[in-house]
Write a protein that binds this ligand. Structure first.
Ligand code: BJW
Ligand code: ZN
Length: 270
């Protein structure tokens, strides 16, 4: 049900001041000002492929080489990027308000919230710098650049580059003795379930928050897309920060239009 909407920052800040339990739910838009392309819209292509078509188990099965090139490229881009004023405003807000329970739930896999200093962080869709063995399922942190020799100078985003021919044996493999399974990015692809422990933590935070800031997400990918509308429906104050409205905007009490590198520092500092 659509609610009467406000962009009254002073009133929002008064409510935030008295809140005890705050959730910040972020999406690709928060990292846009760090130079990381969003998923939907003009930047959401790598070569001729829509990013979301490569983020699938089917794409990895068909061509692990192509999918690893795509993720190698994204690992390199994110490693060079810096957290921006939006990430930093959130981290500073958490550091300054020990009296509140503050949880950041991000759909992003770029690691920029953690690099900005956010401590209580839930990464819903995984992380570019974690791998999972397709055989023994071991998850490991991996910041190697490149992640394997064969990916050196690969991953160019230019749409003139076609195909990908790295033999599977030269892609990243598990180092556990006796396993040697093919590694994949520890990322939740379309059609895959989110990790149950992660989903549970996020659910608890969403159910107990009295205020939720929804930052830079198109609110179209489930289950994350239903978190904030559900919180709003049970009476939590929800404020959206985005450069444009989304399908969820009518559900929320506040909408703050503009780049969140500008709007978040205003909202989160006294
Ligand atoms: C700015 C800005 C600035 C720009 N300042 N703002 C129920 C109903 C219908 C479908 C489903 C359903 N349940 C499950 C599904 C299927 C599917 C789904 O949701 N599909 C939809 C597309 C319809 N979901 C799943 O498959 C999930 N799994 C699951 O639920 O398992 C059980 C199940 C499976 C199948 C059927 C039923 C049940 C898994 C989802 C995993 C998502 N993975 C990805 C890829 C991660 C890998 C990677 O990064 O490579 O996660 S998809 C991609 O979208 C990525 C993102 O985290 C996610 C969300 O995107 P986000 O962050 O919102 O980015 P954008 O680009 O969409 O939006 C950016 C926003 O920023 C825009 O609004 C801009 O305006 C804004 N912006 N600059 C402020 N400066
Ligand atoms: Zn293994």
């Amino acid at each position: 049900m659509a609610v009467r909407q406000s962009s009254d920052l002073t009133k929002f800040k008064e409510t935030l001041k008295t809140a005890k339990n705050v959730v910040i739910l972020s999406g690709a838009g928060i990292s846009a000002e760090s130079g990381i392309p969003t998923f939907r819209g003009a930047g959401g292509f790598w070569r001729k492929y829509q990013a979301s078509s490569l983020a699938t188990p089917e794409a990895f099965k068909t061509s692990p080489s192509l999918v690893w090139e795509f993720y190698h490229y994204r690992r390199e881009v994110a490693a060079k990027a810096q957290p921006n004023a939006g990430h930093i405003a959130i981290a500073n807000f958490e550091a300054k308000h020990a009296d509140k329970k503050i949880t950041v739930i991000t759909q992003n896999v770029d690691g920029l919230h953690a690099r900005a200093g956010t401590k209580n962080l839930i990464e819903l869709h995984g992380n570019l710098y974690k791998t999972r063995c397709t055989k023994c399922k071991e998850v490991l942190v991996n910041f190697d650049s490149p992640i394997c020799e064969a990916l050196t100078s690969r991953g160019a985003p230019d749409e003139k580059v076609v195909g990908s021919d790295i033999p599977v044996k030269s892609l990243p493999h598990c180092k556990k003795p006796g396993c040697e399974g093919l590694l994949r990015p520890h990322i939740v692809w379309f059609g895959e379930s989110l990790e149950s422990a992660v989903l549970e933590r996020a659910g608890e935070a969403m159910e107990s928050c009295d205020i939720c800031l929804v930052v830079g997400t198109s609110s179209v990918v489930y289950p994350a897309a239903m978190f904030a509308p559900q919180a709003a429906a049970r009476g939590a104050v929800v404020a959206e920060f985005n450069i444009e409205t989304t399908p969820a905007t009518p559900d929320f009490q506040y909408y703050f239009e503009g780049p969140c590198g500008t709007t978040l520092p205003r909202a989160l500092t006294e």
